[in-house]
Design a protein around this ligand. Structure first.
Ligand code: ARG
Length: 271
């Protein structure tokens, strides 16, 4: 399997904290080791660089503890970037910060008309854009994604609040297939996933509960939480090379490797 070199956007967790709870993983009364969070994030960045990927950085903003989760900063395909609109007021001010970064980097920026949490809920697999809804990204925003990017959008309904973003329940492995937790999806969405990806890797609840599906693939390697040992073994059986990273501190906010990573180069926008 060939690895495709990637260009990612990341945000150092300089101001990381768990000060509020907007998903079931977050407990503001539990201790968080902010220095450890930064070291773990540095290790993730180093892992990408060692794989030959490019990592761009956006400046963290004081008072925005979740800004480390760059996947929620936008959806980027080709030279187009769709900015985001967060469901929760605590994250609202991240949207203009990411928007400004896309503009400065030369992307053609589109503004969301509805709640849309970027690549947390929008994943490109070959010629399909998979879009999650149920907790964060609003269903009507899926139609706007299709208009902006010119890819057919496949709506997937998330049903388990622990897997509130699509990227906590499904990993893109390469242009043809994915790994996912069937229980995180409605019956109809499970049927859609079976139809589109008959060869998909089915993850277990144990792997999903350590955010194992919040992983980043480049076609050959899969960077995933080190604790997701069952999923890693399944992926190796399929010929992928797995690289475990420990993001235990960031998991206290409900995030893993994919949440910290926004893809900047993928597919081609229409026209
Ligand atoms: N605390 C953040 C939130 O609840 C975590 C975001 C994780 N990001 C992701 N792409 N799944 O919004």
């Amino acid at each position: 399997m060939d690895a495709t070199s990637q260009r990612f956007l990341m945000c150092r967790p300089t101001y990381f904290a768990v000060d509020y709870a907007i998903n079931p993983w977050m407990d503001p009364t539990a201790p968080v080791d902010a220095a450890l969070a930064i070291r773990q994030w540095e290790q993730l960045r180093r892992t990408y660089l060692d794989l030959g990927h490019t990592v761009e950085l956006i400046d963290p903003v004081p008072g925005l503890p979740d800004m480390v989760f760059a996947a929620n900063g936008g959806t980027v395909i080709g030279d187009r970037a769709m900015a985001v609109q967060f469901r929760d007021p605590q994250r609202a001010d991240e949207a203009p910060a990411y928007r400004a970064w896309f503009e400065a980097a030369g992307f053609e920026v589109y503004d969301p008309k509805h709640v849309n949490e970027g690549e947390g809920d929008v994943l490109l697999v070959g010629d399909h854009l998979l879009a999650g809804t149920g907790f964060r990204t609003a269903h009507p925003s899926h139609a706007q994604l299709q208009e902006v990017f010119g890819y057919p959008v496949v709506t997937l309904h998330l049903v388990d609040p622990r897997f509130y973003h699509l990227d906590t329940a499904l990993t893109v492995l390469d242009e043809r297939t994915v790994a996912y937790l069937p229980e995180a999806f409605s019956p109809g969405s499970r049927a859609v996933l079976r139809r589109l990806y008959p060869d998909a890797v089915r993850a277990s609840m144990a792997d999903a509960e350590v955010l194992g599906l919040n992983a980043v693939g480049d076609g050959r390697h899969v960077v995933l939480p080190a604790q997701a040992t069952g999923l890693a073994a399944k992926l190796r059986d399929r010929g992928y090379q797995t690289i475990g990273v420990d993001l235990s501190e960031l998991r206290k906010a409900g995030g893993g490797p994919k949440c910290c990573t926004l893809r900047l180069r993928q597919g081609k926008a229409s026209q």
